[in-house]
Design a protein around this ligand. Sequence first.
Ligand SMILES: [Zn+2]
Length: 123
Amino acid sequence: MTEKLYLTDPLTTHARERFSLPANWECVRYSNEPLLYRIEGAQYGRYVRGPKAGQTNWNKRLSPRQVLFIPWADHNKWKKAWAQKNGRCEECLGRGSTWHKWSKQAGAETKPCRSCDGTGNAR
Ligand SMILES: [Zn+2]
């Protein structure tokens, strides 16, 4: 079972920090290259009112798609530092769920984190 992704996942959070991207920059696709994560994303609007208020509106892209790269080693280091600082699971940043897939209709979807069994707690 998957749920919609409303909070950011580790690679998106790391990419925003590393490349000084705005808070509405969202990832739409990840892939693994040798020694690198390839991250594709853009800025998206959010719903202002209604039951989805505050959530990402995947039909409202505000910037061209960008492709960014983060070395695996850097990302692992960043996750460890984050988990230490916050005392939460380093795989999902304490959300209890991790990236599953993205589609224009459904947006980003997640699945339960295998590292913490969906609790978000540090091991
Ligand atoms: Zn986890």
